[in-house]
Structure formats: structure tokens, C-alpha cells
Design a protein around this ligand. Structure first.
Ligand SMILES: [Zn+2]
Length: 387
């Protein structure tokens, strides 16, 4: 394999040292442009798709436009860090680990995707229709890029979501779905001593909602409810006019979102009876990443190839979300978190294990070759049907 580790590290340094928080369109744009050039150099057709002024472009790179896609790769260009983080703690290598904002989640992995394409044997690459998406807003729920992801996923046979692997090297097969809401309660203020009966307490209604919503919690079934923030009221002797909470509801089984949405409807009826105005803003929403048909066969390729390479491959379930939640929602067998090994993501001490760069490149190359050998990709008959 003609992998030039020094070049990879130099390029990783370049993109890690670009501030690219989700709300920094120029920053994610620069990272996308850098990666675009890498794909262009290997003959991919590329496009920077604008998804609105709030975020940077989505990079779509493909070696076979207008064809059904054998393999869809997804990785993001944004990080959770604010501007200035890159100069505060730029890319560094200490011993066997790499550090810097987003090095692990997931600039190292996004760059690895470009190197993976570059290192695929020419004949294998020619025989496959590959599409790569690098989106700018994964850390804010992929609100702007989800349409592009879903559109491409609908044409894809398999999806590899290149998020980083856990510290123990484990990958992810299922993820919870999420409903993240900001709910505002508007009551009626009144003197708490003089005319309490005139007041309509926004805080009382909020408290009622939390108690009711918590009855949905079923940890065995993978359902959790968390009222993560609350605010409200002004002073003790005024019935509070305003209250607000941010709520995080997670679930494993797609049907469990219904119970949640039904309860929200009931609660809104309750609020109306109490003369409390309600305003609900959805700030995060993804269906669960589920075990769709074909996913087990895909995972078994990873496990078998891992055995041949003396690498233990294990797949776990996660309570966190990723763009894999979207690909399985349209039935595409998907593996997630197959990228670089490291840890402490979303913190200032996130790191990547240096030796995982080559080992993951080797593993993923071998997996794709084995999938081809097992004839898992589109046949020419498939292509005729779709085109
Ligand atoms: Zn990520």
C-alpha cells in the first residue's frame, strides 16, 4: 500500500488548524475545499452543494455520477469548538498520539476517507460506484445537510459512516433516535399574595410536564427522558409568566417516538386548559440507527477480515446519534464509527492513536475488497434496473 504517513500528518495538521465549528461556514468551507482537491486529484467528480448561509457547503465526491451507489461514505467537516480553539491548541503529536481540535471527531477520519479512496486498488475502484459526502453540520444534528444525505442514501447499497472508533477499537451497529426540543411556557403574571388566583404559573405547568414525561422512561427498552435545562420566573412574590426547558428524549425502537409525540399532544391540551401558551421548537431530531436487513452480513465481513488481520472487531450499541441514523432510516445497511481509534471526543484532550491510521486504512481496504469478492455490490443488472 503506497500510503505516505508523513504527507497524511502534514495534511491533517493543515485541516485541524482551521477553526471549523458548525456555525463557521468559512471554516467548514475551507476544510471541504481542501478535501475536494484531494478527490479531484484522483479523478472524482466533485460538487460543493450550498445548503444555506448558516453553514458551509456539503462536499459530494463521486467516481460514478448518476449511477446507483455501491458504497456511500459519510464524514463531517465541522467540530464542536468555537473560533480561536485551533490557535489555542494547534495540532500536535505527542508520543504515539495526535491532538488538536476535531482531530479525532473527525478530521482525522474524514481525511482518512480521502486516503482510503486513493489507496483502493485501481481495478477494485473502477468496478465500484463510490460516493463520499462531507457535511458541515453533523454536530448540530445535520439540520441543513440531511436532505443531501438521505437523497444519496436512497441510491446506495451500503453506507460507511466514518465517525471515529471507540478507545477499545469498537464500532457501532445501532444508535438511539433523538427528539431534542426547546419548550417555552407562557402564563399570566400576578401578585403572589394579593391576587394569586389571577395568575397562571408557567413554572407549575413546566413542572407538570417534566413529571408526566418522566413516566415514559424505560431504560430496559432504551427510552430516556432528560429535562436538561430549565429557566423561569423573576422573583418569589410574582406568579411566573415565563418558563422554558430543553428536553432530550432518546429511544431505540422507532415506534417509541409515537408515545412521546402523543404525550406532547396531551400535555398541550392540559396547558390550554390551564391557560398556558406553549411554543415548541425542535432543535434536534433523528430516527434511530436500526439493524436493517443486510447489516449483519456487512458486519460479518468486518469480523471475518478482522480475524484474518488479528484485529478484534466488535460492534456495540450507542445512545449517541450520527448520520448513520439517516442512512438506516431509508433501509441502507450501515456500519458506523469505523474510523480512527482514540478517545475523549468533544473535549480539549481528544486524541487519535497514531498507529490506527495505517491499521484502519488497511482494514477498510481489505473489507471493501472482501465485499467485492462476496459479490455484495450492485450487479450490472441492478444498474440497468435503476438507470
Ligand atoms: Zn463526529
Amino acid at each position: 500500500m503506497g500510503f505516505d504517513r508523513n504527507q497524511y500528518l502534514r495534511e491533517l495538521e493543515t485541516i485541524v488548524n482551521i477553526d471549523s465549528g458548525s456555525r463557521n461556514p468559512a471554516g467548514t468551507g475551507k476544510v471541504a475545499a481542501f478535501l475536494e482537491e484531494k478527490y479531484r486529484q484522483q479523478g472524482f467528480q466533485t460538487e460543493l452543494v450550498s445548503v444555506g448561509p448558516e453553514v458551509g457547503p456539503v462536499l459530494v465526491a463521486t467516481n460514478a455520477p448518476d449511477e446507483p451507489i455501491d458504497l456511500l461514505f459519510i464524514g463531517h467537516t465541522d467540530t464542536v469548538f468555537l473560533d480561536g480553539e485551533a490557535s489555542r491548541r494547534p495540532f500536535t503529536i505527542k508520543g504515539e498520539r495526535l491532538y488538536g481540535p476535531g482531530v479525532y471527531d473527525m478530521k482525522g477520519c474524514s481525511l482518512l476517507t480521502a486516503y482510503l479512496m486513493e489507496n483502493l486498488p485501481a481495478e477494485l475502484k473502477r468496478s465500484l460506484n463510490i460516493c463520499v459526502i462531507h457535511n458541515p453540520d453533523e454536530e448540530i444534528s445535520s439540520f441543513y445537510s440531511r436532505e443531501v444525505i438521505i437523497e444519496k442514501a436512497k441510491m446506495a447499497k451500503f453506507a460507511f459512516v466514518m465517525e471515529p472508533s471507540a478507545a477499545d477499537g469498537s464500532m457501532i451497529k445501532e444508535r438511539k433516535g433523538i427528539e431534542k426540543l426547546k419548550i417555552h411556557f407562557k402564563g399570566r403574571p400576578s401578585h403572589a399574595g394579593d391576587a394569586p388566583e389571577e395568575g397562571r404559573s408557567a413554572i407549575n405547568e413546566l413542572a407538570y410536564w417534566i413529571v408526566q414525561l418522566n413516566t415514559l422512561i424505560d431504560h430496559d427498552a432504551g427510552v430516556s427522558v432528560n429535562a436538561g435545562t430549565i429557566q423561569g420566573g423573576t422573583v418569589p412574590n410574582v406568579v411566573p409568566e415565563h418558563a422554558q426547558m430543553e428536553l432530550d428524549y432518546r429511544y431505540s425502537n422507532p415506534i417509541d417516538v409515537t408515545a412521546f409525540l402523543d404525550m406532547l399532544e396531551d400535555l398541550q391540551i392540559h396547558a390550554a386548559e390551564k391557560e398556558i401558551g406553549i411554543d415548541i421548537a425542535v432543535i434536534g431530531r433523528r430516527p434511530p440507527m436500526v439493524d436493517v436487513p443486510g447489516a449483519k452480513a456487512l458486519r460479518s465481513v468486518f469480523e471475518d477480515v478482522g480475524k484474518q488481520m488479528d484485529t478484534v472487531i466488535s460492534f456495540k450499541k450507542s445512545g449517541g446519534v450520527s448520520d448513520a441514523n439517516f442512512t438506516t432510516s431509508v433501509g441502507v445497511p450501515t456500519v458506523c464509527s469505523i474510523g480512527l481509534i482514540g478517545g475523549a471526543f468533544h473535549t480539549d484532550h481528544e486524541y487519535v492513536e497514531l498507529d490506527s491510521i495505517f491499521s484502519r486504512l488497511e482494514l477498510l481496504t481489505a473489507v471493501i475488497a472482501e465485499m467485492s469478492r462476496r459479490k455484495m455490490f450492485c450487479t450490472s443488472a441492478d444498474r440497468l434496473r435503476v438507470t
